[in-house]
Design a protein around this ligand. Sequence first.
Ligand code: ADP
Ligand code: MG
Length: 393
Amino acid sequence: MIDQEMKQAVLDGFAKEFGDNEGVKCYFAPGRVNLIGEHTDYNGGHVFPCALTIGTYAAARKRDDRVMRFVSLNFDGSRRETSLDDLVPNDPKAGWTNYPKGVVWAFEKRGMKLETGFDMVIIGNIPNGSGLSSSASLEVLTGFALRDMYGFDVPNQELALIGQDAENNFNGCNCGIMDQFASAMGKKDNAIFLDTADLSFEYAPIHLDGMKIVVTNTNKKHKLTDSQYNARRSACEHALSQMQTVCDIKGLGDLSIEEFEAHKDVITDDDERVKARHAVYENQRTLDAVAALKAGDLEKFGQLMNASHVSLRDDYDVTGIELDTLAETAWKVDGVIGSRMTGGGFGGCTVSIVKDDAIENFKEQVGKAYKDKIGYDCTFYIVSIGDGPRVIE
Ligand code: ADP
Ligand code: MG
């Protein structure tokens, strides 16, 4: 139902902006929520995200010249016109279109040249900038649409790598592979247990009988996400280089807790040692959480979610008062299985698993505590786990 409404919105938008709808196709790619395994993906560790039923929709059509025109129905004044001869990274004038342009650039870099440009109208139903990866959904959406329109032979997993390339090298955010992988490889009612060291993965069914996944948005406006994110990544890389002088490892994710504790003193900087500790312990928590889920022990899964938040708060230092207020209040509410920040941090959202009969109480208590402490409202979304990118017929 939502799919058809959104399809109609992009088709109407397309006709209004570009004259008619002749030969236009519609596409969708999901956002994602990460259940556990945060800031482990660029450390070669494990993550456990799932694609959502919300994401970004596009209507697109090839042109017969080299022009590319983009419109987002989510923003006024979003229209941008550019060309295949103008793929300049991080162009401030390009605004949001640096994401789709970056994807075109990453295709061309891999030898998949577009002969002609295209027109594209998008609309998202995912709150953007909130840690649910609207940017990855936009990248995977663009890649999926290009594959379909131009007939490129590229599997979904490669669409994830292309999206990450666009985000890292065209948009300047050094994110790991998790977001794009979750969007490109999503499967209804399953989370993806991914080893980012070699991209091996398995789907894990999520049966939440009598429970829901609740995402709570801090609605925090000013974030320094990219610079802070890149700083954490650099700290881990430096810690890794020192660990590699004593251990034969490719990433911090290769270290067991015992190995880390035995050798951690080679990391000379106190702060970097603590950041590395998060990466190692969070990786282990992710392995333990998936094992607990498989054993049907949701209580343990929830405790590991809470411990993840504590580590992100105390060791990795990426939470802040808004996310802490949400998670710490949630922990005290009866019927909450677990609650933690999700995504990069510094604002954005928490993810909580909440029993059905506790959801109203959860919203009331968390909403009130947040408003009292922070001064404005948070927003709640009950989310469902959906499939990866697709054509909307
Ligand atoms: P997140 O990926 O967590 O949502 P980011 O800051 O990484 O947050 O990405 C948000 C950015 O992605 C927006 O500022 C915008 O540039 C782009 N974006 C995402 N969805 C849309 C959309 N529907 N229309 C236009 N731009 C979008
Ligand atoms: Mg993003």
